[in-house]
Design a protein around this ligand. Structure first.
Ligand code: MRU
Length: 352
């Protein structure tokens, strides 16, 4: 049985990037058409589209939109490329932590610089590549799912944090892709989804996806994970990633590090599921990863209602770093990478 999510998060149609507006979920499943590079910058920054692989494709298609706009104002190739570079830097600045954004935009720039053609030809090549990257993302997730399903024990209860699902990718998902592939083989598996404060991606998005697909899902608040681990109600943890250093240290949604420590203490395997494009080959450890600091309103308010007194100080880092020694394996489209990550990551990237 093949089990496929019905969700298509981002899709290039008629020179437009059509995406699900994730800020409306789970109340409303609605798409929005992004038609300019500026609109794409805002969609990424304001998390209409979010999740590392999804914002990578959004960045790539943002550059497709930029190329289409620039082709209307110049037919000089050098001027086109110079302005395209500026748009690329602008799009990259929308969010700092998920490396897939930088990776995907750089892939588009490579196409632009390595294609010898007119502005029309370059634009066509960039647009086609943005679409091809979209289609490839689903295949990569399915490969991650296949590898990951092999390490999910029969009847297991899987804990996940934040949303690394179809909504964080083009479709199918990374951590949730593993869960979907495992479920295709064994319908007795269950999922515990962390709520994931402050933006509640676990409650709003992960629970929505899994319930839509008919998978047995229990929502818990972030502080509950060790309670259920001690009660032996969690068999394995699988989460996604926003950036992985070459030593395996992994940035993921704030709270992931706490889950990994609790899993280690209770002897529960803790896995990362991510495409190789989430590995940043330029950095040696998690210390080099920039952590996004987001709006304080995300902490002070829930559903528009203030939950704390005036005057209290707020800090809102959006991600944390899980050190490599807490990670049992990194599930990629090329197989499961094991410690020592410096050598297994090097090997995986060299055959990519
Ligand atoms: O801030 P977000 O919602 O873009 O962050 C996404 C995450 O951190 C997810 O946990 C995910 O694992 C990474 S994307 C598959």
């Amino acid at each position: 049985m093949e089990f496929t999510s019905k969700i298509k998060t981002i899709e290039w149609v008629n020179n437009t990037s059509r995406m699900i507006d994730q800020t409306l979920l789970p109340y409303e499943l609605k798409t929005v058409d992004i038609i300019t590079c500026d609109e794409m910058y805002n969609a990424i920054k304001n998390m209409i589209v979010r999740g590392a692989p999804a914002i990578g494709i959004a960045g790539a298609q943002g550059l497709s939109l930029a190329a289409l706009e620039l082709a209307k104002i110049t037919n000089d190739v050098n001027e086109f490329l110079k302005k395209l570079e500026e748009k690329a830097q602008y799009l990259k600045s929308a969010r700092p932590t998920a490396v897939n954004l930088m990776w995907a935009i750089d892939k588009q720039l490579e196409i632009a610089h390595n294609t010898i053609s007119t502005v029309y030809g370059l634009t066509d090549a960039i647009v086609k590549n943005g679409k091809a990257m979209e289609l490839a993302d689903i295949e990569i997730n399915k490969q991650i799912g296949e590898y990951g399903a092999q390490i999910v024990p029969k009847g297991a209860t899987i804990l996940t944090h934040c949303n690394a699902g179809a909504l964080a990718t083009v479709g199918y998902g990374t951590a949730l892709g593993v869960i979907r592939s495992a479920y295709a083989k064994d319908q007795t598996i269950k999922v515990f989804a962390d709520e994931t404060r402050p933006r509640q991606q676990g409650a709003r998005l992960t629970a929505f996806e899994l319930i839509t697909d008919g998978i047995d899902t229990t929502l818990i608040t972030d502080g509950m994970c060790s309670y259920f681990m001690k009660k032996k109600m969690i068999d394995i943890v699988i989460v996604g990633a926003d950036r992985i250093a070459t030593n395996g240290d992994t940035a993921n949604k704030i709270g992931t590090y706490t889950v990994a420590i609790a899993a280690k203490y209770h002897n529960i395997p803790f896995y990362i599921a991510a495409p190789l494009s989430t590995i940043d080959s330029n950095i040696k450890s998690g210390d080099e990863i920039i952590i996004e600091e987001r709006d304080h309103n995300e902490v002070t308010h829930i559903n528009g209602k203030k939950i704390c007194p005036d005057g209290v100080k707020i800090i809102n880092p959006s991600f944390d770093i899980t050190p490599n020694e807490l990670i049992s394996g990194i599930i990629t489209e090329k197989g499961i990478l094991r410690p020592n990550y410096t050598s297994s990551i090097k090997k995986a990237l060299s055959i990519n």
